[in-house]
Design a protein around this ligand. Structure first.
Ligand code: SF4
Length: 729
């Protein structure tokens, strides 16, 4: 390794360690050593320290111990001028010590200021974001992230670089400044929307905020990879092999930047710089080169992608605006809008239907009615989107699965925004998109290109009819509504008993190797994203993919929901780790959980019932753990009797822990979840003779009970049915 880089990184590490000691001293004197420390609403304690050392930092006193026992021993002596050593090892140690020290600095800022969350700066990603975004790194919809430090020479260059990342679906994590200028502020000046939704994430203006990006990577390994805290080797290898990230250094590279970059290199994340710094070209810790310098700005992103060994597939969509999943979260405010459709202001719907092959001309796009240039800026139009599909493998059951994709396909175009489905849609086209020449027929171009791109296995031809003529929109909407109703009836009629095949999902095995979701008509995948129909469609689309048919075979136990062939499948696919799996029990051989579940159910022993907490609820629960801590206990591909991760949909199913008595066991839920489920759960309560709404009033929430004792008191007073059921164990 270059002596210049090693010596600067080690110098930088010492400087940052001193800063950490200083701020920690201040925090202890202001708040006391027992003061609690955390990044708000995150599990995994202080994540880099926790993942690398296994230390669960909870108080400032714990930080003092990290400083003495981890950081100081890791800090190498400064590099001597006259002596040459192979400096790679010490420089990497200095990098890791730097990251620990930077976590101390950022966590102390949450206590004594300046608050890391300020103005455009977002600070640590909470667990809801972690789950939502982390999964994209697993399923490939986000190929990686660029950690950009410093600032581009001007706003235009910054905007071009950010757009290049977005067009390649990469996340951009921003930290640090170059002489006071930051990349994130340059983007704001260039009118670019920042935030997790647009994949442009401003963590903080100091270089220490880079730990939020590396902490995200560490948490991905813990949360999705089943890596144990303290197993630093596996954590770093997981990141090298699965999280395709790189650092883009813009501007003068200071000692502190070198130190932080050395920390990133530990993860296998290379550094691409625009300045003339020494290069480290041999491969080793990183897949290819470690540091590449002097790269012109217009080549930096491509160079970084090549050096990191990333393979990116860009969809070719023939429209006059950019197209990438990175634009999916872009909002279009009223002032930026050229024209809108639906949103209860005009009639609007979308409907995907199968037609005979002779009636579909592939690529044919027709507009019936006026185009957007017929309305004034800020105007409204009705909209009917009818997608007609022909394909030998196409089935009526796939129609709703494919139809739901219209939402994402529409949103992935820059300057387009879409909400809802069926006849409740609301869509907008921005002024910029209209100015760039986007017209209604381009909606058809998007749908034609993307249905072919993602579903070519099941469809052969796609034609799109677009309607803005109100009379025609209303007429066709009526027709579509009849079909929506038929689909509802069909879905409601599907039960586990009515099929002889379930579907597996092993998508999450890339991060939880022994986990397999067995998806049945009455139990969706635990992330909530896959129903049985989705699993079936996905299998047809990619026959060798993560969704495989699982024949039920002979029934072993009807109450628990165990079948011979399902158990054989789970055993094989979990590499022998899981012998048996019950579809309907959380006590006997429960299904494993990966880390993506929407909710967790946990037994509250003294109440003879269970609590359910959803990911959005970040407060303490009656079992004494927040969602994030519970998730660490339940996830990772293990069976944990008494705890299961599951989707929201499963709670409303007749098979919800039916082996233990079903919804009769629910004694506590956060109010937000209660409200969300009330309508869909009421019919179940009625069926069980629990009195619909009356049953809801018997379930405690955070406003009526915070501890298990208080839950017991509440349900005793309300006469909850769980108290008269047999014991759960
Ligand atoms: S269905 Fe299960 S395995 Fe598949 S993505 Fe969702 S949680 Fe992961």
């Amino acid at each position: 390794m270059s002596r210049i880089i090693a010596s600067a990184a080690i110098k930088g590490a010492h400087k940052i360690a001193r800063q950490a000691e200083e701020i920690l001293g201040k925090a202890v004197s202001q708040r006391g050593p027992d003061c609690k420390v955390e990044f708000p609403n995150t599990g995994y304690y202080i994540p880099i320290i926790y993942s690398m050392t296994g230390r669960a930092v909870e108080t400032l006193a714990d930080f003092e111990s990290v400083m003495e026992k981890e950081i100081k021993p890791l800090l190498p002596a400064p590099v001597a001028e006259e002596m040459w050593l192979p400096y790679l090892g010490p420089a990497l140690d200095a990098g890791m010590a730097t990251l620990f020290a930077e976590e101390i600095i950022e966590a102390c800022k949450y206590l004594i200021g300046p608050n890391p969350v300020d103005d455009i700066w977002l600070g640590a990603a909470d667990d809801v974001i972690m789950r939502e975004r982390g999964i994209q790194f697993v399923d490939g919809s986000a190929p990686g992230f660029a950690a950009i430090v410093g600032a581009a020479p001007d706003v235009e260059t910054a905007v071009k670089m950010a757009r290049k990342c977005q067009e390649r679906s990469l996340y951009v994590f921003m930290a640090g400044h170059n002489n006071g200028t930051t990349f994130a502020e340059q983007l704001v000046e260039g009118d670019v929307e920042l935030g997790w939704d647009t994949r442009l994430v401003p963590f903080g203006r100091e270089i220490t905020a880079a730990i939020y990006a590396l902490g995200f990577a560490s948490r991905a390994a813990l949360s999705f990879g089943g890596v144990q805290p303290g197993d630093f080797r596996r954590n770093l290898l997981y990141n090298k092999n699965r999280v395709f990230a790189f650092v883009v250094a813009l501007g003068k590279v200071t000692d502190e930047w070198y130190a932080t970059a050395a920390g990133a290199i530990n993860y296998g994340f290379p550094v691409i710089a625009d300045s003339d710094i020494p290069e480290i070209l041999p491969t080793g810790v990183c897949t290819y080169e470690h540091v590449v310098s002097n790269v012109p700005h217009d080549e930096m992103i491509e160079k970084a992608i090549e050096v990191r060994g990333l393979k990116i597939k860009v969809s070719e969509v023939p429209i006059p605006v950019a197209y990438s999943p990175a634009f999916e979260g872009e909002r279009i405010r009223k002032d930026d809008m050229y024209c809108e459709f639906g949103g209860q202001k005009t009639p609007a719907f979308e409907w995907l239907t199968t037609r005979d092959s002779k009636d579909v001309e592939d690529g044919k796009i027709e507009l019936f009615g006026a185009d957007i240039d017929s309305v004034e800026t800020g105007g409204q139009l009705p909209l009917g989107v009818v997608v007609e599909i022909a394909g030998r493998k196409m089935q009526t059951d796939f129609e709703p699965v494919l139809e739901r994709q219209i939402h994402s396909f529409f949103n992935e175009a820059q300057g387009l925004w879409h909400m809802g489905q069926r006849n409740t849609i609301w869509a907008r086209i921005s002024k910029d998109a209209a100015k760039a020449g986007f017209r209604i027929k381009h909606i058809g171009s998007i749908l034609h290109a993307m249905f072919h791109e993602r579903y070519s296995n099941i469809l052969d031809k796609v034609q799109v009819k677009l309607y803005t003529d109100e009379k025609q929109v209303l007429r066709l909407q009526k027709e579509a509504m009849k079909v929506y109703e038929q689909r509802n009836v069909r879905l409601a009629d599907m039960t586990d008993d009515s099929v002889d095949t379930f579907y597996s999902c092993t998508l999450c095995q890339s991060f939880a190797p022994s986990h397999v979701c067995v998806i049945t008509p009455e139990r969706s995948g635990l992330c909530g994203a896959y129903t049985w129909l989705d699993g079936r469609a996905a299998h047809e689309i990619t026959p060798t993919g993560p969704n495989q048919p699982v024949a039920k075979g002979n029934m072993i136990d009807e109450k628990l929901g165990q079948w011979e062939k399902v158990n054989d499948f789970v055993k094989k696919i979990s590499q022998g780790n899981i012998e048996k799996m019950s579809a309907y029990s959380m006590i006997v051989d429960p299904m494993t959980s990966c880390g993506c579940f929407e909710c967790i159910s946990a037994v509250l022993p003294s109440t003879n019932g269970i609590m359910i907490v959803n990911r959005e609820f970040t407060e303490m629960t009656p079992c004494g753990m927040k969602f994030s801590t519970l998730a660490g206990t339940v996830g990772g591909g293990n069976q944990t009797p008494g705890f299961i991760g599951h989707s929201k949909f499963y709670i409303t199913s007749r098979k919800f822990i039916s082996a233990e008595g079903g919804i009769r066991r629910i004694v506590w839920m956060p109010k937000i979840l209660k409200d969300e489920l009330k309508l869909s759960l009421a019919p179940r309560a009625e069926e069980l003779g629990l009195g619909g709404d009356g049953f809801f009033d018997m379930i405690a929430d955070e406003t009526s009970a915070a501890t298990e004792e208080e839950v017991l008191e509440f349900i005793t007073k309300s006469g909850h049915p769980a108290l008269s059921l047999e014991s759960m164990f």
